[in-house]
Design a protein around this ligand. Structure first.
Ligand code: IMP
Ligand code: MG
Length: 176
């Protein structure tokens, strides 16, 4: 099933990086923190990162939001919409948005703006992956796991048409 995926980062490499990210994050965590994990792509990353934070004795409030750009393939279109909103109150909170990958920047700039419009005190962004040179909107993550080449990656939550999310590693999707 996954023999057309070539490994880019192993499960062990991801686990090591998550531990490092958690200690970077720890210095900017506040009591007031609300983590907003963007579904579905960030579900594994968020789960592992949050567990690392817990080992460092941070216990943030956690909520989930599903946003999507129209379409279901490898290419994302221009508009982002909320499929499922968070329940948590944002006003006055320090927000950490967690997502799988920063590519055009549309998803994260939409999400950040939404939190700002709802009155967040601060908004930071943590992404597992970043594709440099692909930005359509000027936006940077405050915490980044790995930079990846400009190829379609899957695994560890990232999908192609909802497949491959289950892979414990991150790889480049080849042709079938
Ligand atoms: P952006 O809005 O273009 O920055 O892209 C954000 C979303 O596109 C991510 O949350 C992913 O769901 C998806 N995406 C972008 N590049 C990839 C990829 O290489 N593999 C899987 N999903 C991707
Ligand atoms: Mg996604």
């Amino acid at each position: 099933m996954a023999n057309n995926v070539s490994v880019l980062f192993t499960a062990e490499e991801i686990a090591r990086r998550n531990r490092e990210l958690a200690s970077e994050l720890a210095s900017s965590m506040t009591e007031n923190l609300l983590i907003v994990a963007l579904l579905r792509g960030s579900f594994m990353f968020a789960a592992d990162l949050i567990r690392e934070l817990s080992l460092l004795d941070f216990h943030p409030e956690i909520d989930f939001m599903t946003v999507s750009s129209y379409g279901n393939g490898s290419k994302s279109s221009g508009s982002v919409k909320i499929d499922k909103d968070i329940k948590a109150e944002v006003k006055g909170r320090d927000i950490l948005i967690i997502d799988d990958i920063l590519e055009s920047g549309r998803t994260l700039s939409f999400s950040r703006k939404l939190m700002e419009e709802r009155g967040a005190s601060s908004v930071k962004i943590a992404v597992l992956l970043e594709k440099p040179g692909k930005r359509v909107i000027e936006i940077n993550a405050d915490f980044t796991g790995f930079k990846v080449p400009d190829q379609f990656v899957v695994g560890y939550g990232l999908d192609h048409a909802n497949r491959y999310r289950e892979l414990p590693f991150i790889g480049i999707l080849g042709s079938e």
